[in-house]
Design a binder for this molecule. Sequence first.
Ligand code: NAD
Length: 360
Amino acid sequence: MKEIIVDTVDKKYSVYIDNNINKFHTLFEKNRIKISEKIFIVTDRLVYELYKDIIEHIKSENNCKIFCIAQGEKEKNIYTIQNLYDFLLENDANKNSTIIAFGGGTVGDLAGFVASTYMGGIKLVNVPTTLLSQVDSCIGGKVRFNYGNVKDLIGNFYNPIFVYVCTRFLKTLSNKEFKNGLGEVVKYGVIGDVELLNFINLNYKYILERENDKLGHIVKECLRIKSEVLFGECRNKGLTNVLDFGHIIAYGIEMSSKFTVSYGEAVGLGMLVSIKLSQNKFNIPLDTYGKVESILKKLSMPVKYKVDNYSSFMYAINHDKKNNDKLKFVLLEDNERCKAKVEVSEEEIKMALKESINRG
Ligand code: NAD
């Protein structure tokens, strides 16, 4: 079992990474969770069906209740939050209770928000089951839900007591959901570590076969990079939004394609446009684009996309909540560093699109 420590300045917690869930139970006492206290597992229906044995086994060994939500983004709303509060109240959850978020980023955001607010905050354990949640959302503390058609409008910051990543869960993930995570994995390589990019380049076949050891390495590296960006030097320099590399363009692509391009695919395409913008503005090495494009291809991710609906694309970009008035992007300054909040014009975006993913 691998372990990394996330040091958030005011709180440290461990992320355990393994290819099975056998040691999960042994980590409760170690992390100050008394198994005699009430535990609430929050999961979604699909994850429950797939991992009923494991979830019911955890339940049988603890003073535990299970709350299942329907799956998908549409459940990330105030009604689900309210139902979860009611469930906790009916089952006498108290200050010593623990919520285990057992699922993807949707479950993590919902259960995390409820844990952060119920009685002013109760203990939270994350057991992420999608690639996106394992490499990204299980740390960092963002817990949010959608409100009034605005994504992630209501939110909080709340850290888990510990995180347990079991890479075996990824075997049952659909290809679409797996690719959603791969987009972020490549992003961590681009913004954080050329070694990670080289690793993906060499091991793409095993990654696509979802080989446990390779996935374990990837998860560890992505979380290490995210943790360094959030709580290391980048935080002091106000550069934590380098984590959004490629995301603004990705949002435009998702919207203009009416979501036929999935999130992970859009992140890959968004990165290519952002690398081209970086080349045009900062003269970064010319081989960066080709290297990332070739890795995305190896991972069966798209590298071309024609923006037909340009006005919807620009509307989405202009209304991204990370952009206030002027268009500001995270770009690469050189191979080792990212520069956040670089002003770009619409013309420059158009040009970069033409020279990258729109190329004939
Ligand atoms: P998800 O949680 O909606 O899960 C996607 C689908 O995969 C669901 O149908 C789910 O039932 C299924 N699934 C989950 N685990 C599975 C498994 N092991 N095998 C088979 N199917 C499985 O999707 P996601 O991509 O994990 O998360 C997306 C959400 O995460 C979004 O709402 C996004 O806003 C949020 N997010 C949050 C952060 C953060 O820092 N808090 C970061 C990135 C994304």
